[in-house]
Design a protein around this ligand. Structure first.
Ligand code: R5P
Length: 293
């Protein structure tokens, strides 16, 4: 097995190679010609080998997807035995229906490019909402890992159930927030969210907890514009807790969301390292490496 970390996942890719027994770290050149076109070149032989390409689809979802497709397809053409895409963050999964007439079904289009370029996909907590399974997006085998166990470990180390409660900012987040809370024995509640646009959401507290003097940990899969978390932080702050902490699997932090969230009153903003960011505190490499063995 030869593992190639790509632009968006250099550190994570190297770490996955470190944790994966019987694997080698490969070198891949991906540069741009003066006109902006990709120039892709495998610097190690891939013929007859299991090739693993590691690339999160953030930042730059469009370029990183195309780059991934070019590399996967090239490895196949060069005779790789099997080409596995480790895509720790899968972009485009939220555009899973035509919300307005004439819109592209982006999840399926992204899926098509991955199908053509790869033999297998491994990802972490993809956003499955209206579409319930990766099989509805990809025709190649696609494995969904979850960061729940590593987030739970992190919470157990940093917080105590005596003075900490866990919140999910919307119904969908219950698959992370409630599951994690139940696994570590913390009290939890799930809010209701109405989204009016990409940048406008309203969050309602449907079940009150004893907030005063407590650490409140909000858990969601993605922080993108940050508005979901910001609105949840604001609601909780009204109830005078000790501190509010935000944890997500995928920290996209578009449009300066990280600083906005801190400004809204989040004491800590923590993410898994599916997308490189200063908030990365939870390592996914061992989880992914285990799947590659
Ligand atoms: C959507 O339902 C997801 O679970 C997240 O809540 C959402 O993607 C967060 O987006 P934003 O940070 O833009 O509010």
């Amino acid at each position: 097995m030869i593992i190639f970390p790509m632009h968006n996942s250099t550190k994570l890719g190297k770490s996955i190679a470190h944790f994966t027994l019987n694997s080698e770290l490969g070198s891949l050149k991906s540069a741009l010609f003066p006109d902006g076109e990709f120039h892709i070149q495998f610097k190690d032989k891939v013929k007859g080998r299991i090739v693993v390409l590691v690339q999160a689809l953030s930042p730059n979802p469009n370029t990183s997807l195309l780059e991934l497709y070019f590399c996967g397809k090239t490895a196949k053409e060069l005779g790789a035995k099997k080409v596995i895409g480790v895509i720790p963050y899968l972009a485009y999964m939220r555009q899973d229906k035509r919300f307005n007439e004439g819109e592209a079904l982006s999840n399926k289009l992204m899926g098509h490019l991955i199908d053509v370029g790869f033999d297998k996909l491994i990802t972490v907590d993809p956003h499955l909402h209206r579409v319930k399974s990766l099989e509805d997006v990809f025709s190649i085998p696609a494995k969904k890992l979850t960061a729940n166990s590593v987030i739970a470990e992190f919470i157990e180390k940093k917080f105590s159930p005596k003075n900490t409660v866990i919140v999910g900012p919307d119904i969908e987040s219950s698959q992370w927030a409630k599951k994690i809370a139940d696994s570590v024995g913390f009290e939890s509640t799930i809010f209701l969210k109405n989204r009016f646009s990409s940048r406008k959401v309203k969050v309602n507290v449907t079940k009150e907890l004893e907030w005063k003097g407590k650490n409140v940990v909000i858990i969601d899969d993605i922080i993108s514009s940050g508005h979901t978390m910001i609105e949840a932080v604001k609601e909780i702050k009204k109830r005078k807790p000790k501190a509010v902490h935000c944890i997500c699997v995928h920290g996209i932090f578009a449009e300066n969301a990280y600083n906005k969230l801190k400004k809204a009153g989040a004491k800590n903003v923590i993410s898994c390292n599916s997308i490189p960011h200063e908030s990365n505190k939870i390592d996914l490499a061992p989880l992914i490496a285990k799947e590659l063995k």
